[in-house]
Design a binder for this molecule. Structure first.
Ligand code: 3HC
Length: 715
């Protein structure tokens, strides 16, 4: 044994406890320790039964993903060597009870399934989320899970990666009991009872009763593959996991395990695994911010004030209410508030219809939102999110009013996508307690929040914002204060380039198809139509004031707006929309594009999808490099988190900067330079991109080097 695993014996029950913080991941120490503890407990004549559980907040959250990352990048080690341990657990001469709390995920559930019995606390969750990392279970999970829950349920769990809650796990047959109260004591009592039974203790690998009959198999597999294709578009692992599960139903256990292992190792080395593991750690890295340490005290937030009951304000109110936070909502008029509340109620009704919430849950949430015109009660709020429309003077006036109304330590956050936070902070006497919280629409659904640090924003204010974002179930990324912050700033060259492409001869549909084939959740023209063309129109008018003389400007978008084609909300934009909100190509737009392009002297030609991707995605990458160099993003990985969580960039490509690394900054620099020669200033290569290309290094490596300067920072 070792420090990661301890053994104690009490009244004939051996308690093996795994203690490898933070989440008891299966490091080599844990595996070794478990093996040694199991041997000792098996040999000890005073022991009648064995209980395995996790110390701290959880059972075992899986294999050590750091090891899997090494494996993905070509190391020969990194995959947990579990086969022997699992066999020994299953063959143990005394009943082994796995006692789960927190999460039993991936390798954690695989260990649990090798025990003879499983019990869990009522709130425990268990699942096989490996596909979310681009791999499949690699410790015999695909062979044991269908033997416990049946093939259909196993497919659903492994393809979705979603865990089951204890009550569902009980009805599925994954666990044998739920322990209310003290888990160790309950599991020990259960173990003693099992030991007193005269029957052999069940070995999962020997079970056949839940496996489907041969004639039911093809239908189940076809449905599983269909599910994988439909719900996990572009991902390799969810399809591959069905192959491994098929082996459970068609091959003897040992051969099934060998099949699983082959698939596991093939996928572990794949591009998608590299990208998704990068995305996993990138997301966990965003809370490491210079100047914020474990000692930085976040302000407790129990009441949030929201100014503005429009789409954003309403969505933010729902996000808070869903997280158990009380909301004091205000707007300029009673009518606006009433409309906002009605929309919130309607959105909740949709959630009830979809089975996400019960009517009682909605009632509880609505009761957390109190709405009244004026600032009555704002003296009790800990944080205010101002979410009125994008108008600097208005936002400053509101900030000044709030400053006089709310208590001294409370925070003023402005939900803006473009405006200057320092300017807004200057209207108050508390600039250190002012920051930007850039939510994405719909704010109750989208995971991303850009946390905009002004020049005076304090560490405590940032720490509070990070904690609030986490509580709302969102990923908060700290960004610098510059026009468009990180996400929208990068969006502009990408969007412009797409528009130039259609003027140059592509069609909106072709560009969108190329982008969705690349993996973007939506094409840029469909996004534009959804957001409303008038929004970008207004921003363009502001930006045009700063545009360099002679710079190429999009010809078509303004004209569409002048024609009242604002996108989905007017039924027409780049596309024309049918009743079902599906975009259809509009001949009127195609001829308008051609007419304006020809009048503008543009030589039109056709484009390949590859050219489209280079022109759009490389524009995104080049701007990303610039944003990084200017310090608006702390890390390239932060940009990846922003794009995968807020802009529909495929996580399986890791994010735009990780994608750039995989293509090679050298190659991207070369193409960007060629575009620069062809199209002029707008394609000037970012100096950072040029540096990386010259040094033959990557954005990831740059992050690694810079991590030194983050020493002392932690979440
Ligand atoms: N390996 C290594 N580190 C892990 C880890 C793992 N399996 N799971 C979590 N961590 C680390 C995180 O990186 C983070 O580290 P940090 O504090 O240094 O940033 C810390 O644990 C806490 O993680 P979270 O911030 O995510 O904590 P939460 O409480 O929000 O969530 C969790 C906990 C639900 C366990 C979540 O971390 C999670 O989903 N982890 C991944 C689970 C998973 O995918 N397991 C399968 C692994 S693959 C596998 O098992 C293969 C097998 O089949 C062979």
């Amino acid at each position: 044994m070792n420090q990661a695993v301890t053994l104690s014996v009490d009244r004939g029950v051996a308690l093996i406890r795994i203690d490898n913080p933070p989440v008891n991941a299966l490091s080599p120490d844990v595996i070794e320790g478990l093996d040694a503890a199991l041997a000792r407990a098996s040999d000890d004549p005073s022991v009648r039964a064995i209980v395995v559980m996790g110390a701290g907040r959880t059972f075992i959250a899986g294999a050590d993903i750091k090891g899997l990352e090494q494996l993905a990048w070509g190391s020969q080690s990194g995959a947990p060597e579990m086969h022997e341990l699992l066999q020994k657990l299953e063959d143990a001469p005394k009943p082994v009870v796995m006692a789960m709390h927190g999460t039993a995920l991936g390798g954690g559930l695989e260990v649990a399934m090798a025990g003879h019995y499983r019990v869990a606390t009522p709130d425990a969750q268990m699942g096989q989320p490996e596909v979310n990392l681009g791999i499949i279970p690699g410790a015999e999970g695909t062979q044991r899970l269908p033997r416990l829950v049946g093939l259909e349920k196993a497919i659903e769990m492994c393809v979705s990666g979603r865990p089951l809650k204890a009550p569902d796990a009980l009805s599925a047959g994954l666990i044998d009991g739920i322990v209310e109260g003290d888990l160790a004591a309950g599991a020990a009592a259960f173990a003693v009872e099992m030991a007193s039974r005269m029957e052999p203790h069940p070995k999962t690998r020997e079970r056949q009763d839940k496996l489907p009959p041969a004639d039911a198999l093809p239908g189940m597999l076809a449905a599983g593959r269909d599910l994988a294709r439909k719900t996990r578009r572009n991902l390799e692992a969810p399809l591959a996991v069905v192959d491994a599960l098929e082996a459970a139903a068609t091959l003897p256990f040992a051969e099934g395990c060998a099949r699983e292992r082959d698939i596991f190792f093939r996928l572990a080395a794949s591009e998608q695994a590299k990208a998704l593991i990068h995305a996993f750690f990138a997301e966990r890295g965003v809370s490491k911010v210079p100047g914020i340490s474990k000692d930085t005290v976040a302000t407790p937030v129990s009441v949030v004030g929201i100014v503005g009951a429009g789409t954003m304000g309403g969505g933010i109110a729902m996000a808070c209410a869903n997280a158990g936070i009380h909301v004091r909502l205000t707007d300029a008029t009673g009518v606006a508030l009433e409309t906002g509340l009605t929309t919130i109620q309607k959105n909740y009704d949709v959630s009830v219809k979809r089975g996400r919430f019960t009517p009682a849950m909605v009632e509880e949430r609505m009761a957390r939102i109190s709405a009244e015109v004026g600032y009555e009660g704002f003296d009790r709020v800990d944080l205010v999110v101002e979410a009125v429309f994008e108008n600097l003077a208005l936002k400053k006036a509101i900030a000044a009013d709030l400053d006089k109304t709310i208590k001294p330590g409370a925070i003023i956050a402005t939900n803006t996508s473009t405006l200057d936070i320092d300017e807004i902070a200057s209207a108050t006497e508390r600039p250190s307690r002012v920051l930007g919280l850039h939510f994405f629409s719909p704010a109750n659904v989208m995971r991303l929040v850009e946390i905009v640090r002004g020049k005076s924003t304090s560490a405590e204010t940032l720490a509070t914002a990070l904690a609030v974002a986490r509580r709302l179930g969102k990923v908060g990324v700290v960004v610098g204060n510059g026009p468009g912050f990180v996400g929208n700033r990068m969006m502009f060259p990408y969007m412009y380039e797409a528009q130039f492409l259609v003027e140059d001869g592509a069609t909106p549909q072709q560009v969108d198809d190329a982008l969705t084939s690349f993996g973007m959740a939506m094409g840029i023209f469909a996004v534009d139509d959804m957001a409303g063309l008038d929004v970008a129109w207004r921003v363009r008018q502001e930006l045009n004031q700063f545009a360099e003389p002679g710079a190429r400007r999009p010809l078509v978008a303004d004209r569409l707006c002048e024609m009242g084609r604002f996108g989905q909300k007017t039924g027409k934009g780049w596309y024309v929309y049918s009743e079902d909100r599906k975009p259809n190509a509009d001949p009127e737009v195609l001829s308008l594009i051609e007419q304006l392009a020809v009048a503008g002297g543009i030589q039109r030609r056709s484009f390949t999808n590859e050219e489209i991707i280079e022109r759009t995605i490389y524009a995104l990458v080049n701007e990303g490099a610039q944003v990084l160099d200017e310090g608006l993003a702390l890390r390239a990985a932060d940009i990846d988190v922003i794009y995968t969580n807020g802009y529909g960039f495929p996580a399986w490509r890791g994010g735009p900067m990780f994608y750039a690394d995989r293509v090679g900054p050298g190659k991207i620099y070369e193409r960007v330079s060629a575009f620069h020669r062809e199209f002029g200033a707008r394609w000037a290569p970012a100096p950072l991109l040029a540096r990386l290309a010259q040094e033959g290094t990557t954005f990831k490596e740059l992050d690694r080097r810079r991590a030194g300067s983050l020493v002392g920072a932690s979440s």
